[in-house]
Design a protein. Structure first.
Length: 74
């Protein structure tokens, strides 16, 4: 998909077609994250740092499952 860079005030920006917004499940005011990847940049509606933190949390929760279960009983 080809996107044109336009002037937005004193900055530059791109206009995302509504089809692309629908694919990404984005609306006006939502955040879009840009991540460097080999060969370019990836745009995603998901915060990659938060996703990494959740992966770590899942590992801890699996490892401490019994303890967390006992804490939930109290």
């Amino acid at each position: 998909m080809k996107l044109k860079i336009t002037t937005v005030g004193n900055s530059a920006g791109i206009v995302l077609p509504k089809e692309l917004l629908a694919r990404l499940r984005l609306e006006k005011g939502d955040m879009l994250y840009a991540t460097d990847i080999p060969g370019g940049i990836q745009l995603t509606p998901h915060d990659p740092k938060f996703e990494e933190q959740m992966k770590v949390a899942e590992v801890v929760m699996k490892r401490r499952r019994t303890l967390l279960h006992k804490l939930a009983e109290n």
